[in-house]
Write a protein that binds this ligand. Structure first.
Ligand SMILES: Nc1ncnc2c1ncn2[C@@H]1O[C@H](COP(=O)(O)OP(=O)(O)O)[C@@H](O)[C@H]1O
Ligand SMILES: [Mg+2]
Length: 300
């Protein structure tokens, strides 16, 4: 077993983000207030470059900013969520690879980020080997579920966001088997709906074979360009197809959002006033409202 560690990031939380944080209860309740344990949500789409990692980082930061205790699990060997939350490569001594392979507990892999209430399980490049190594391991689809559902440390969190790699391989499958729900970032481009129907098919298969509880939480439109007619057309098609499952909040294409990871910061810390940051704050509050009303309707 590797040593437990909870490293504080060297950079202090920015004043601007603290002012967004009026309520830091960290009640250990599931997001939306019902039951114990966190809402475990995969951020998934088998297409690369659609805004999964950006959404995991900035939605997580937005939720943390209003006092929700959030854990981001980086399940992509590229480790962009870890980099974007300021965890340097040398600091990833215990990672999601160790958790999946049973070499460390979840608690041992958790690190603090610069944002109060937001913790991360980082990933390393060796996670790409896990796709192959897991093939020979018992209950290979349930490794993450086992680690998450057994670890008491998880009870402290209200939400877990799993940043998935751009494929529907064994890593994403582990995330879907471990999760309660799936949030799909969708870039408004020509083949978006085709990719979405493939993902919905996978969610259905995981639900019938491994995880009956799994549901589509919703779709968030990312990198929206209002000057582009295609963006609007695709957004209309997705809304016609999925109705209320599509978030009203749309994330605009915004260069400040793409600059933030190179500074090891979420956009919300890098420039909390830019349109992209504002959209992610709005997304976090829409998510909380939706979960609250779902809870009131008794269907969570
Ligand atoms: N709203 C946005 N505006 C501008 N650039 C964005 C936005 N969201 C993401 N990006 C950039 O697009 C690229 C892909 O985003 P990323 O979140 O890494 O996608 P994924 O995780 O799905 O591969 C990254 O360079 C990221 O900085
Ligand atoms: Mg990514």
């Amino acid at each position: 077993m590797k040593n437990a560690m909870m490293k504080a990031s060297s950079s202090p939380p920015s004043a601007s983000i603290s002012t967004l944080d009026p309520d830091r209860r960290g009640s250990g309740k599931r997001l939306g207030g019902q039951g114990t344990g966190p809402e475990i949500m995969c951020v998934a789409n088998q297409k690369g470059g659609v805004g999964k990692t950006t959404t995991a980082i900035n939605l997580g930061t937005g939720l943390a900013a209003v006092g929700r205790k959030v854990l981001v699990i980086d399940l992509d060997p590229q480790g962009n969520a870890s980099t974007g939350l300021g965890i340097g490569r040398d600091d990833r001594t215990v990672s999601s690879y160790d958790v999946l392979l049973g070499e460390a507990s979840l608690n041992e892999a958790v690190q603090r980020s610069a944002i109060p209430n937001l913790h991360i399980v980082p990933s390393r490049m060796d996670l790409s080997a896990a796709e192959i190594e897991l093939v020979q391991v018992e209950r290979r689809t349930h490794r993450l579920r086992g680690a998450l559902r057994q670890d008491e440390a998880l009870a402290d969190y209200e939400a877990v966001l799993i940043d998935c790699p751009p494929s529907l391989g064994l890593l994403t499958l582990n995330a879907l088997v471990a999760a309660h729900s799936v949030l799909v970032p969708l870039q408004c481009e020509f083949f978006a709906l085709e990719g979405l129907s493939q993902l919905l098919g996978t969610i259905d298969r995981v639900r019938s074979n491994f995880n009956p509880q799994l549901r589509l939480h919703g779709v968030v439109l990312t990198m929206y360009d209002k000057r582009n007619n295609l963006s609007e057309q695709v957004a209309n098609d997705v809304r016609a197809c999925l109705g209320d499952l599509v978030y009203k909040t749309v994330i605009p294409r915004n260069v400040r959002v793409s600059e933030a990871p190179s500074h090891g910061k979420p956009a919300l810390l890098y420039d909390y006033k830019c349109p992209g940051s504002r959209a992610y704050i709005q997304l976090a509050s829409e998510m909380l409202r939706r979960m609250q009303s779902r809870r009131m309707a008794g269907s969570v």
